[in-house]
Write a protein that binds this ligand. Structure first.
Ligand code: UD1
Length: 377
């Protein structure tokens, strides 16, 4: 029986861990899953709503670290996570994605000699000003098992000198959640509440520090939104970081003048899925949304200069447009002017809704391999 401690911390972690925990619960005799929430995200709309929507069980352990500077937050997770690992002594710790909790927990495990598996390993934006890029690079150096969502990630890891035998291409586990929740999301009444018609609105998300903590970049994006909002309503669920910057930069009045740019509180998983899946166009700086729109063939404009998910551009519906006003509006108008029912784009290999079972197999195999090595030694 494998005892596995699954770690979640921030909003983009929940939909990656839910299918893994569920698959482990289905294989009771082989897996004993524990769920640990660091508390990096803690608001009802950023955390609890996702537990409910995704059917995640209440965490077995809640660390309650909350917000803070990068150093303070990472250190707080490490300090409170270490005693849990020492008392639970799991066979595996599973960390996902690239948030501060991911790196903090991986670092604790590697120092304690506890096996750690990284789900969504190998993605690289090659932009080290992004906090997530640092988290990705370091977590991958520490992990014993690197579970990749796409083959470009395998290539990145090999180029960084990670041994082939530690890498497993398993596919994209977010898409397991997406496919399994599509039907339930149809019950959401979010579009009716917002009074938007299918394929007649855009959805926007914005929370990267490089966009919202920089007044000029944020302002350039608002300039573009002013023009796009003349064509169709834009629904904008606002991340708490972004909400704070809007106030700080005195953008409130400017935004209020744009009647077609509609700010709403952060949405839960099902409401948000219902919203973006019916959008004519998605504008975002999120990593996960680039993937989800690709899986559903919805046009996506990424308001960043780079992406760690190039496959969403090669095969999917994603386009990098940066934060230049003219570039954003041009790309948006092109998308709006092109025929609605364009040919369905290709969904990347192994984004098939069955990644979680492959992750479980890799954990079992990884355990057998390391026990084999111990016996030989
Ligand atoms: C974090 C992740 C980012 C991810 C994003 C998704 C890191 C370095 N960043 O960024 O990769 O894309 O989550 O949302 O781990 N806050 C609340 N309520 C909450 C959580 C945060 O009000 O539940 C506010 C706090 O003021 C906090 C700020 O949002 O200071 C930023 O939160 P933080 O977790 O530091 O980073 P995110 O921007 O959310």
């Amino acid at each position: 029986m494998l005892k596995v401690l699954n770690v979640v911390g921030a909003r983009p972690n929940f939909m990656k861990v839910a299918p893994i925990v569920e698959a482990m619960k289905r294989r009771e005799g082989e897996f004993m899953p524990l769920l640990l929430h660091t508390g990096q995200h803690y608001d009802e709309g950023m955390s609890d709503a996702f537990f409910r929507d995704l059917g995640l069980p209440a965490p077995d352990v809640y660390l309650g670290v909350g917000s803070g500077s990068h150093a303070a937050q990472t250190a707080a997770v490490m300090q409170s996570f270490e005693p849990v690992v020492l008392s639970e002594r799991p066979d595996w710790v599973v960390v996902v994605g690239d948030v501060n909790s991911t790196l903090a927990c991986a670092l604790v495990c590697s120092k304690l000699g506890v096996r750690v598996a990284h789900v969504e390993a190998g993605l690289r934006s090659r932009d080290r000003t992004m906090p997530e890029e640092i988290n990705r690079l370091l977590t991958d150096q520490l992990a014993d098992l690197l579970l990749t969502p796409s083959e470009d990630a395998d290539a990145n890891l090999l180029a960084e000198g990670i041994p082939r035998e530690r890498i497993r291409f398993v596919g994209n586990v977010m898409i397991d959640s997406l496919f399994s929740q599509l039907e339930r999301a149809k019950l959401s009444t979010v579009r009716e509440e917002l009074q938007v018609e299918d394929k007649d609105y855009a959805t926007l998300t914005l929370h990267r520090p490089s966009n919202v903590d920089e007044r000029d970049a944020f302002s350039r994006i608002l300039d573009a939104l002013e023009q796009i909002a003349e064509r169709l309503p834009i629904i904008f669920p606002v991340h708490p970081r972004t909400r704070a910057r809007i106030k700080e930069f005195n953008f409130t009045e400017r935004i209020e003048r744009l009647k077609n740019l509609r700010l709403v509180d952060p949405l839960g998983y099902l409401d948000f899925l219902r919203l973006y899946s019916g959008a004519r166009l998605v504008l975002t700086d999120s990593g996960g949304i680039q993937e989800e729109t690709t899986a559903l063939s919805i046009p996506c404009l990424t308001l960043r200069e780079n992406t760690e998910r190039p496959i969403t551009i090669e095969l999917g519906t994603n386009q990098i447009v940066g934060t230049n006003t003219a570039k954003i509006t041009e790309a948006a108008f092109n998308a709006l002017d092109s025929p609605r029912e364009t040919k369905k784009k290709r969904v990347p290999p192994l984004w098939d809704g069955h990644t979680a079972p492959r992750i479980l197999e890799a954990l079992l195999e990884g355990m057998r391999d390391s026990e084999g090595m111990r016996d030989e030694g």
